[in-house]
Design a protein around this ligand. Structure first.
Ligand code: F6R
Ligand code: ZN
Length: 194
């Protein structure tokens, strides 16, 4: 980790940062229980543990005042009608926001709050998305053959709560219907336990 000011490049094609500390790879097997169509999930998994998305992180101290940042790359593909997507999470410190800048591709960010609000925003090249504090977020690649590449930045002390989404799911899914992304209710969504 650097202690002096630093710069790095994010260039197309590829968009792999010229400097990073950590490269996370998430495969289909890491997403058990997250896709709507369980049979399709099992079938695709048996054919091979596909790489769904990757994250290049620049590490910073995980404290207030720092900004964690990096690149996320969601590959194109579907499990049944559901597009490849990230796990999705709340920040452990709920009152922390995040900002995304789409460098390439087409996608959707599905978001929701513990209070029951939900939102879906389009992600397209050149677009900036602001995820306010309290909103869980999941990125979805809706393009048939192009990576969805985004730069992200969020507070150092945010932390990640994956468990809530793993248990409840998101209220909304984005499915491919007649070749177009459509927002639908998640039939497997579980209300939060009181
Ligand atoms: C960090 C953040 C992104 C995601 C990345 C992968 O708070 O929201 O950097 O970490 O898009 O998604 P997850 O973390 O949900 O696997
Ligand atoms: Zn986040």
């Amino acid at each position: 980790m650097k202690t002096e000011p630093f710069s790095f490049m994010i260039n197309s094609p590829g968009f792999i940062p010229s400097y990073f500390d950590n490269h996370i790879k998430r495969h289909l097997s890491d997403m058990k229980g997250q896709f709507n169509n369980k049979e399709a999930f099992q079938e695709v998994l048996e054919a091979g543990d596909k790489l769904l998305y990757e994250v290049y992180e620049l590490k910073r101290p995980e404290i207030e005042g720092e900004i964690l940042h990096g690149i996320s790359i969601v590959h194109p593909g579907k499990i049944g009608e559901e597009y490849y997507m990230t796990k999705g999470h709340f920040h452990t410190v709920l009152e922390t926001a995040e900002i995304y800048y789409t460098l390439q591709g087409e996608g959707m960010m599905v978001m929701e709050t513990p209070e029951g609000d939900w939102a879906v925003e389009e992600l397209k090249t050149g677009g900036v998305l602001y995820v306010p504090p309290r909103w869980a977020h999941r990125s979805i690649n809706v393009h048939s053959d192009q990576d969805l590449v985004m730069f992200f930045a969020y507070p150092g002390n945010a932390g990640h709560d994956y468990g809530t989404i793993e248990t409840q799911g998101f209220r909304k899914l984005v499915l491919s219907k007649s070749g177009k992304p459509q927002i639908v209710d998640n039939p497997h969504w579980k209300p939060p336990e009181k």
